[in-house]
Design a protein. Structure first.
Length: 113
C-alpha cells in the first residue's frame, strides 16, 4: 500500500490551505473530488461537510477533526487518525469504537466490521 498522496486536485488543495467553506460550497454545487489515499496530516478540517466523500486509505495524523460528521461519507475504511483531535466527530457506524481508539492511539488503519 502506498503512502499518503498530495493531490493536484484544486478542491483537495482548498482543504490543505484551510478554505473549508469554499470547498463545501463547491461540492454542494456539484463539483467532484478524489480524496482516496490523500494526506490530511496536521490539517484543520473543522466545519467540513463530509457527506458523500470517499476518504478510504487517507491519513489524518494530528489533524483537527473536531465536530466533523463522517457518518455519511462513502468510505472511511483504511484511514488512519493517529493523534488527531476527534472531540465531537462522528465516524461511520461500520467502524467499532475500539477500532477508532486503536487508530487514534497507535495509528493502524481503520477497518469496517
Amino acid at each position: 500500500m502506498a503512502g499518503p498522496r498530495i493531490s493536484d486536485d484544486p478542491l483537495y488543495r482548498l482543504l490543505r490551505i484551510g478554505k473549508i467553506d469554499e470547498f463545501n460550497q463547491r461540492i454542494a454545487a456539484g463539483e467532484t473530488v478524489d480524496l482516496k489515499g490523500c494526506d490530511f496530516r496536521h490539517i484543520n478540517l473543522q466545519q467540513l461537510n463530509a457527506d458523500g466523500l470517499d476518504f478510504s486509505d487517507s491519513y489524518f495524523r494530528q489533524s483537527d477533526l473536531r465536530g466533523v460528521d463522517f457518518s455519511k461519507c462513502i468510505n472511511f475504511e483504511g484511514a488512519s487518525i493517529h493523534a488527531a483531535k476527534i472531540s465531537g466527530a462522528r465516524f461511520p457506524r461500520e467502524i467499532r469504537a475500539d477500532e477508532t481508539l486503536l487508530s487514534l492511539e497507535y495509528g493502524p488503519r481503520l477497518r469496517y466490521t
